[in-house]
Design a binder for this molecule. Structure first.
Ligand code: GLC
Ligand code: CA
Length: 548
């Protein structure tokens, strides 16, 4: 792979949840050999494949799996459920051979309580690793050092009987928070970063970055209105979002700068002060990319989308690069989110319009495995749930397991995911919603994703062009231009109808004709476009090349 530089600016990145992608040995859990066997599906160099440029693997490190890999017990090895380091090397090789880059998930804020670092830290107060984690004496009134709550419920402080202090955990009690102020802990993480980059990975997705900086005087957080989750009953002033996070990200940037082409994309809460864009720093000194989850959290609403897209486009500083994402392993799948309260046909059309949106905005799109075939949340019974957070709030919150079910490959038993019993049930819709079936159908949502991804590769305006909203259209349509100037000037217009009825209107502010390159309606007829007579079907979106 030679094209270093900013390959990620014109890439489409695909998130694999390793538990659920492809099982190769019948134990019901996805694994690395399974992923390797599906690489041609992801990109075989031809438009018959999906055409993604990189995969991001959710954690595959040895782990007790309390948080399904986000509790890491060894940063420099592979969990035996997923395979071996040799399998991993083969994966990187095979991926690179196909032009697919590989991003690892780096969990920085916490480790597993089974990690040898924490085992040493908790062994005695005089352990050299004691201060690699955050320990505190009981508060002034006895009891916990502060009122801080954990994301997954309950207090963020856990009492350790042996050494008679509390340790901090922002997530599960099995996920103690690291002390990033400790130089040895920093250096240990630097080694981890080098370990993977030396092995040939192309970068990292950084987990939960805005938790890194916290106030080590442990002041109580202000509390607020009632919410189901105790975590949401506080304003998280002191237990996250402190400026120290920037110091750590700057450090990580200097580490990755030693490896040309290595990229970092960070996950931050949408309500972090200053917004997630704060973690671009000055644009070149912190993260290359940051996720903005505000659209992921929004309903299918053109007014909100318009505002959020505009805000995000402006928030990213020069040198930084936006991301676009609608689904991931922590949230309800967007197909399901956008279908609440509408009939199945509308929902299916919306999922197609959402694909057009995701793949034509400015910024690197992140796909979540299965969205390209139209996978939806799966209704699960309590006894089928695996994620502790999902179990804790069931049935009041939908939780995360419904969005983590096995990939739907074909109509064989368990959708071709496993020859054994899958760790989470396969969606009952798999006989209709699967790769094999949709690959042959030019009207399928999979064909639409493929077309869009391959179009992105051939049209610089889609990947790199500017974004400009077009005024004057109906309020329930989203209308924008993607443009490149200079020698290869290209003007693309995207129009998306957010309503389930047909629309006719004119766009005087454009005054141009062009050709419709793609419609989300597989049966749409027209090819030519005239801004004086825009004609859209229900929930239809179109991509137009405007003539100069
Ligand atoms: C991130 C991950 C999530 C995990 C949490 C704690 O939000 O995406 O899956 O549970 O961090 O590591
Ligand atoms: Ca397996």
């Amino acid at each position: 792979m030679t094209d270093h530089g900013s390959w990620w600016r014109h890439a489409v990145i695909y998130q694999i949840y390793p538990w659920s992608f492809q099982d190769s040995n019948g134990d019901g859990i996805g694994d690395l050999p399974g992923i390797i066997s599906r690489l041609d599906y992801l990109n075989d160099g031809t438009p018959h494949s999906l055409g993604v440029d990189a995969i991001w693997l959710s954690p595959i490190y040895p782990s007790p799996m309390k948080d399904f890999g986000y509790d890491v017990a060894d940063y420099c090895a592979i969990d035996p459920r997923f395979g071996t380091l040799a399998d991993f090397d083969r994966l990187v090789n095979e991926a690179h051979r196909r032009g697919i880059r590989v991003l690892m998930d780096l969990v920085l804020n916490h480790t597993s309580d089974q990690h040898p670092w924490f085992q040493a830290s908790r062994s005695s107060r005089s352990s050299p690793k004691r201060d690699w984690y955050l320990w505190a004496d009981p508060g002034a009134r006895g009891g916990r050092p502060s009122n801080w709550t954990a994301v997954f419920g309950g207090s963020a402080w856990e009492w350790d009987r042996t050494t008679r202090q509390y340790y901090l955990h922002s997530f599960l009690k099995e996920q103690p928070d690291l002390n990033w102020n400790h130089p040895d802990a920093q250096e240990a993480m630097h080694e981890v970063v080098r370990f993977w980059l030396d092995r040939g990975v192309d970068g990292f997705r950084l987990d939960a970055i805005n938790w890194i900086g916290k106030d080590s005087n442990w002041p109580d957080n202000p509390t607020r209105f009632f919410a189901l989750r105790s975590y949401l009953r506080q304003i998280h002033h002191y237990d996250r979002d402190q400026p120290f996070t920037h110091t750590v990200l700057q450090l990580l940037r200097t580490w990755t700068n030693d490896y040309p082409g290595a990229v970092m994309v960070g996950e931050a809460s949408s309500d972090t002060p200053g917004g997630p864009a704060a973690f671009y720093g000055k644009g070149t000194d912190e993260l290359h990319m940051v996720f903005d989850f505000r659209m992921l959290k929004s309903s299918w609403d053109p007014q909100r989308f318009r505002r959020l897209i505009q805000q995000w486009d402006r928030a990213v500083p020069p040198g930084g690069w936006p991301t676009q994402v609608l689904s991931n392993h922590d949230n309800s799948r967007h197909y399901s989110r956008y279908s609440r309260g509408v009939d199945a046909e509308t929902a299916a059309r919306r999922a197609r319009a959402a694909a057009l949106l995701l793949l034509t905005l400015r910024g690197t799109p992140y796909l979540y495995y299965g969205e390209e075939v139209g996978m939806r949340d799966v209704r699960l019974r309590y006894r089928e749930l695996r994620d502790p957070y999902t179990r804790r709030y069931w049935p009041f919150l939908r939780g995360r397991d419904p969005a983590r079910t096995p990939m739907q490959w074909d109509r064989s038993p368990h959708a071709g995911f496993t020859a054994g019993t899958p760790w989470l049930p396969v969606s009952p819709d798999f006989e209709r919603v699967n790769v094999a079936h949709e690959a042959e159908d030019r009207a399928s949502i999979l064909s639409l994703y493929r077309k869009l991804i391959w179009l992105r590769k051939t049209m610089p305006a889609l990947a790199l062009g500017s974004y400009r909203e077009v005024p004057g259209g109906p309020p329930d349509c989203l209308i924008y231009l993607r443009e490149t100037g200079g020698e290869v000037s290209e003007r693309l217009l995207i129009v998306i109808n957010f309503r389930p009825n047909p629309r006719r209107f004119s766009l005087p502010s454009i005054d141009a004709v062009g050709v419709i390159l793609l419609s989300t309606d597989p049966h749409a007829a027209g090819e030519s476009f005239d801004s004086a007579h825009v004609d859209l079907g229900p929930d239809e979106g179109i991509l137009v090349r405007l003539h100069a």
